[in-house]
Design a protein around this ligand. Structure first.
Ligand code: PMP
Length: 446
């Protein structure tokens, strides 16, 4: 795997950024175009739009999105329709099922159990119960509650730029969502597992940081409920290597009586190429796995896979029912996604095209001192941008808007917002990877 790391930043004068602020449209200045004015009037302060000049989209296919003016954009931000936009197999499965039956989970239905068994074939044997929800946030919210009950603890350890969702409890463990203030007493944060933080000893450094976080929680009177990690640390800037690095940190949490929750909302469903799940490439078996985004290729569905004894303990106190979770249309969509990944060899494609992408980015980095590091696995890559060796989030913002003018869609990540988040659909071709790298070279002036 092509990997390149240049010397770390000389100074740390750059400020941390909130995840929803990255790459975001900021109202003000010139009068908004009609479609934009309409959106701002309807959404108000909760409007979050990409780019200085937001795009109105009308259609999509494969790795491409089509705007209202007819121009085609290559989607390198994609992490939902990840087997390809409007994938024919998924579209047909949803159409067929929605025309036949759509009900809640209080009835028996073969479509749902066929899907759950197909999904469980990809999971560790110990995680033999699956609760379907509608969003990753709901899945993480439930996982937190199950962890608290099973462990008897109330403390959570997360990375300092983590994002895990939008419910009240889950926002509490998503420091990247905070515009002001610090995490609550029961949440302890650790740095992202990077070479800048821990040098060549990422596994040891990350484990020591987690042990310190456990001590901080203990000092505040909280026994640990869980360590929650996005297993590719996407919002922390994409940190994938070395394989196995989180193992010691997970062992430390378990030794202290807490659980390990793998948030697979971003890395899951074959994206890393090395495994179907991000935790697999680290040789971990989580106590719970949460999943979402690519699970239904755009059909809203998510889930929690859990050891039965943990769910039993939780359900003895509190039941769980989700009106739209586990409906047969979602199950049909999810099953079609699994079949598309298998039949089209998308995990292998993510590995092959991802290797090519990293190699080409490595060549570009050799010509451009603005690329400070390249990290990732499969079709999930982080590219750090810097000026004079200092992380440069403004350069990242200019690059993202420059790529938009080149008709390539991409986002930012990382605590400082200087990392390009490269995350194309799993059906990406080598030629499409080249379109992106050539456009990035033009935008970076190389
Ligand atoms: N976990 C991670 C790692 C995520 O990136 C997200 C969404 N960005 C979520 C959880 C929450 O998922 P949802 O938006 O479906 O609630």
């Amino acid at each position: 795997m092509a990997r390149r790391t240049k010397p770390g930043p000389k100074a740390r004068a750059v400020e941390a950024r909130q995840i929803l602020d990255m790459n975001a449209y900021r109202p003000g200045g010139a009068a908004a175009a009609p479609a934009l004015a309409r959106r701002l009037a309807n959404y108000g302060a909760a409007a979050v739009l990409f780019y200085d000049d937001p795009i109105e989209m009308v259609a999509a296919e494969g790795a491409w999105m089509i705007a209202a003016d007819g121009s085609r954009y290559l989607d390198f931000y994609n992490n939902v329709p990840s087997v390809g936009h409007t994938h024919p197999r998924v579209v047909a499965a949803v159409q067929e099922q929605v025309a036949r039956l759509n009900i809640n989970s209080r009835y028996l239905n073969r479509v749902v159990d066929d899907y759950l068994e197909a999904l469980k074939a990809y999971l560790p044997d110990s995680l033999s119960n699956v609760v379907l929800t509608c969003s990753g946030s709901e899945a993480n919210d439930l996982a937190m509650r199950v962890a608290a009950k099973a462990s008897g603890g109330s403390g959570f350890v997360v990375t300092r730029t983590a994002y895990h969702g939008n419910t009240s409890a889950v926002t509490g463990i998503s420091p990247s969502a905070f515009k002001r203030g610090a995490p609550a007493d029961h949440v302890a944060c650790v740095p992202e597992p990077s070479a800048e933080q821990f040098g060549a000893h990422i596994a040891e450094g990350f484990a020591a940081a987690v042990r310190q976080a456990l001590d901080e929680l203990a000092a505040r009177g909280h026994r640990p409920a869980a360590l929650v990690c996005d297993t590719i640390f996407s919002s922390d800037g994409v940190h994938a290597d070395p394989p196995g690095f989180p193992v010691a940190a997970v062992a430390a949490v378990r030794q202290a009586g807490g659980l390990f929750i793998a948030d697979e909302v971003q890395p899951g469903f074959a994206r890393t190429g090395d495994g179907f799940w991000g935790f697999e490439r680290h040789g971990l078996v989580p106590d719970m796995v949460t999943m979402g985004k690519p699970m239904g290729n755009g059909f809203p569905m998510a889930g929690l896979a859990v050891r039965p004894e943990l769910l039993d303990a939780f359900c003895a106190d509190t039941g769980y029912f989700n009106t739209f979770g586990a409906n047969p249309v979602a199950a049909a969509a999810g099953h079609a996604v699994l079949q598309a990944i298998e039949e089209e060899g998308l995990q292998g494609n993510a590995a092959t095209v991802g290797r090519h992408l990293q190699a080409r980015l490595g060549d570009l980095a050799a010509r451009s001192d603005r690329i400070a590091a390249i990290r990732g696995a499969g079709l999930f890559v982080g590219v750090d941008l810097a000026s004079d060796g200092v992380p440069d989030p403004d350069l990242a913002a200019r690059t993202i808007n420059g790529l938009r003018r080149e008709r390539v869609l991409i986002g930012a990540a990382g605590r400082l917002g200087h990392t390009l988040k490269v995350r194309p659909p799993l059906c990406l071709t080598l030629a499409e990877a080249d379109i992106f790298v050539d456009a990035l070279a033009r935008v970076l002036g190389r």
